[in-house]
Design a protein. Structure first.
Length: 240
C-alpha cells in the first residue's frame, strides 16, 4: 500500500539531477518542469513487493523513481512473470498510457522500499499545452523508448541466448548500475532468477551463461547482485 510523505523535503533540482544521471541525453527533464510536476503531483512511499501501478488502475499517472528499485513486469498465458526492466532513482515510466489515456500493458512493483513521484495524465496534458519545452521533452522520451524497444526486438529475434544475456547485462550496466569508488559497477537487486525472466529464458540456461561469463572474468555473481568487471567483453559478445 502506498503512503504519501512530505514532498517539501525533495527539491526539483535534486530530481532533475537524478533523471539526468539515469536517462540518456534526450530524456532529461529540466528543473522548472519537474518543479511543476512536484507542485501538481504526489510523492509516494511504497514498501518492498507492493504494487505501485497496474493494468487495472483507474487513475493513469506518469512516474519518476526518487529512491529504491522498481520492477516492471507482465505475465504470459501460463501466468509466468516476464520482467521487462528494473528502474532505479531517476527512471521514468507511464508516459504512453498518459498520452493515449488508456490502461497500462504491464504492472509495476517495488523491488525494494521506494519513493516515487506520481503525476496524473491531466497534469501532463496541461503541461504539454502550456510549455513547448515539455512537449519537446515528451517527444524525445518517446523516441528513446522506441529505440529501446527496437533494440530489444532485434535481440530476441536474431541473437543467441549468450548474446541476449550480454545485451541485457550491458543495458542494465549503462542505465542502472551502481559504481563503486574503485570504478566497478554493480547491478543491485538483480538475481539470476530475475535476469532469466528479463530475457525470457529458463533459470538453468541463464545460470549456465552467467557461469561462463564469471569464469571468463566478465562478471562476478553474488547474492541478489551481479558485478560487471569487464563491460568491454560484453560489448564484444554482442558485436561479434
Amino acid at each position: 500500500m502506498a503512503l504519501e510523505f512530505d514532498a517539501n523535503k525533495t527539491s526539483a533540482t535534486q530530481i532533475a539531477a537524478l533523471v539526468a544521471a539515469a536517462s540518456s541525453e534526450n530524456e532529461h527533464l529540466s528543473a522548472p518542469i519537474i518543479e511543476t510536476l512536484l507542485n501538481n503531483g504526489r510523492i509516494l512511499s511504497v514498501t518492498k513487493d507492493c504494487q505501485i501501478s497496474g493494468r487495472s488502475d483507474k487513475d493513469i499517472c506518469f512516474y519518476i523513481v526518487l529512491s529504491g528499485s522498481v520492477r516492471i513486469s507482465t505475465n504470459n498465458a501460463d501466468g509466468r512473470e516476464f520482467v521487462l526492466s528494473y528502474f532505479t532513482a531517476g527512471s521514468m515510466w507511464g508516459l504512453r498510457p498518459c498520452l493515449m489515456n488508456e490502461s497500462r500493458s504491464h504492472d509495476t512493483f517495488a523491488e525494494t522500499d521506494v519513493s516515487v513521484l506520481a503525476v496524473t495524465n491531466k497534469v501532463i496534458y496541461q503541461l504539454m499545452r502550456d510549455d513547448a519545452h515539455m512537449m519537446q521533452a515528451v517527444v524525445k522520451i518517446l523516441c528513446g523508448r522506441v529505440k529501446y524497444i527496437s533494440d530489444a526486438i532485434e535481440q530476441f529475434a536474431i541473437h543467441t541466448t549468450q548474446e541476449q544475456i550480454a545485451w541485457r547485462l550491458l543495458e542494465l550496466y549503462e542505465s542502472h548500475g551502481h559504481q563503486s569508488d574503485h570504478g566497478v559497477t554493480t547491478l543491485q537487486h538483480i538475481s539470476q532468477h530475475s535476469l532469466a525472466a528479463m530475457v525470457g529464458k529458463s533459470r538453468q540456461s541463464t545460470n549456465k551463461v552467467l557461469k561462463e561469463f564469471e569464469r571468463d572474468g566478465i562478471i562476478n555473481i553474488q547474492y541478489n547482485q551481479i558485478t560487471i568487471t569487464n563491460p568491454q567483453a560484453l560489448k564484444a559478445i554482442i558485436e561479434k
